[in-house]
Design a protein around this ligand. Structure first.
Ligand code: PRP
Length: 202
């Protein structure tokens, strides 16, 4: 016997759903880019991508782990058909600065020959990771490769990277949230912010 269908109102008692108050994380000192600004930028970037790739399919290549939030939001905002691919790379060198020597920890699951590829990044710092990744992807003979990035630190650039779809240029300060971490924490914050100094010093 099948269960009777419930009216949708009884499944979604919208008027009784408690909306959690938006409280800043106690470790966050300031918000650089708000949740609302990110949402507006995602819509803007998606509209530009939709326009440029009309009638085509786009292979989104997210760079783990930081790009997961941009990837998820952008994919849902786009109307052109997309497939989702992820790469994980690791730069040799210190934890806070890239050396430009990159190792592939997880490669694409598919061939991208003749595909329109859009690399999705959370942040471009020195630009070394992306510079290496673009060379690597281009060697696989895609039809096109472009970049969408939510954040960029122009003052930290060591190499020029062509970014077709850019979110926000920010100062060269350490930021967390919206995919960005400090010691693997704070990625889940819906905004981009700076941490209180005592968080680093313990
Ligand atoms: C970050 C970010 C970029 C890269 C940018 O990743 O997601 O991939 O650094 O730095 P660059 O421009 O100086 O090369 P990270 O290596 O911190 O890994 P994560 O995404 O897993 O946090």
């Amino acid at each position: 016997m099948t269960a009777p269908l419930l009216p949708v109102e009884s499944l979604l008692p919208m008027d009784t759903v408690a909306v959690p108050p938006k409280i800043l994380h106690p470790d966050v000192e300031s918000v650089l880019v708000s949740e609302e600004q990110i949402a507006a930028k995602i819509a803007e970037l998606a509209a530009a991508v939709d326009n440029d790739y009309a009638g085509r399919e786009v292979v989104l290549v997210g760079v783990l782990k930081g790009a997961v939030m941009v990837m998820a939001d952008l994919a849902r905002a786009l109307t052109v058909p997309v497939s989702l691919e992820f790469m994980a790379v690791s730069s040799y060198g210190s934890a806070t600065s890239s050396s430009g020597v990159v190792r592939i920890l997880k490669d694409l699951d598919r061939d991208i020959t003749d595909c329109d590829v859009l690399v999705v990044e959370d942040i471009i710092d020195s630009g070394l990771t992306l510079s290496w990744l673009l060379r690597n992807l281009r060697s696989r003979h895609p039809r096109s490769v472009e970049v969408v990035a939510m954040l960029r630190k122009p003052e930290a650039a060591q190499v020029e990277v062509p970014v077709k779809y850019m979110g926000f240029d920010i100062p060269s300060v350490f930021v967390v949230g919206y995919g960005l971490d400090y010691a693997q924490r704070y990625r889940e914050l819906p905004y981009v912010g700076t941490l209180r100094p005592e968080v680093y010093t313990g």
